[in-house]
Design a binder for this molecule. Structure first.
Ligand SMILES: C[S@@+](CC[C@H](N)C(=O)[O-])C[C@H]1O[C@@H](n2cnc3c(N)ncnc32)[C@H](O)[C@@H]1O
Length: 238
């Protein structure tokens, strides 16, 4: 039964992202007031990559986090960017072709919950705005842990829950007012951006995500809250 639910949710998420792939980058910039680029660059710096590292970027979408990470790699450094949506991967291909990092990034279609790699393959495994979308956060982190080398890093960047009282109220006010706006733009109730406010409320708090990092075996778990806690970068070592 759990498996059927998982397959259903995955099919739903896959279809949702396929439907917005062409507009994903612009919508992201619009709804985060262009903070998403700063968040990805912050996360990439925190990954503390060495020039020759091998990196897996899970749920890579249009490749924006992979591109931020690629800046830190030299000759011999490689990123595999994996996503299950063919349409998002097509957008990633175009973004990567426009960048100086074509030789460093390889795109691959695959499922975050069943990574097609042996144990201990990567120096660093990342996921950007992906934990909110997978059907099982813990299983995804277990998979990321499995394919990371001992001593390697697992990193997640995602939206999170702001804590400061006034800021928190303003933030939810922003999202609640976004809904009618999205309705006017023709986004339906099954659209990922229409569902964003609800998905943010059901997302576990950043402290809970940190606990899950520890539960899967990661050590030295830390997290950095950005823009008043709107986004958080979690890090752990295998
Ligand atoms: C919000 S986008 C994030 C894209 C990108 N990482 C970024 O920084 O903008 C989430 C992505 O996760 C992918 N995704 C969701 N569940 C997945 C799974 N189980 N396996 C692989 N990709 C998945 C979706 O197809 C989508 O491209």
């Amino acid at each position: 039964m759990k498996q059927i639910d998982q397959h259903r949710q995955e099919a739903f998420v896959q279809q949702l992202f396929s439907s917005i792939a062409k507009r994903y980058d612009i919508l992201n910039a619009l709804f985060t007031l262009n903070q998403d680029t700063y968040w990805r660059n912050f996360a990439a710096a925190k990954a503390a990559l060495k020039e020759d590292n091998s990196v897996l970027d899970v749920c890579c979408g249009t490749g924006k986090l992979s591109l931020s990470l690629a800046k830190y790699l030299g000759v011999g450094g490689q990123i595999i960017s994996l996503d299950f949506s063919e349409s998002m991967l097509l957008e990633a291909k175009q973004n990567i072709q426009k960048s100086p990092y074509q030789q460093k990034i390889t795109l691959m279609q695959g499922n975050a919950l069943k990574l097609p790699f042996a144990e201990n393959c990567f120096d660093c495994t990342t996921i950007g705005f992906g934990l909110r979308n997978v059907s099982d956060i813990k299983s995804t982190l277990e998979e990321m842990y499995r394919v990371t080398k001992p001593g390697g890093t697992v990193l997640s960047l995602d939206l999170s829950k702001p804590s400061a009282p006034i800021f928190k109220q303003l933030y939810y006010l922003y999202f609640e007012n976004l809904l009618p706006f999205l309705g006017n733009l023709g986004f339906t109730k099954n659209h990922p951006y229409y569902n964003l406010p609800a998905s943010l409320k059901t997302l576990p708090h950043q402290s809970v995500i940190a606990n899950i990092f520890s539960q899967v075996g990661l050590q030295q778990v830390t997290y950095h809250q950005l823009t008043g806690g709107i986004a958080t970068v979690h890090l752990g070592k295998k």
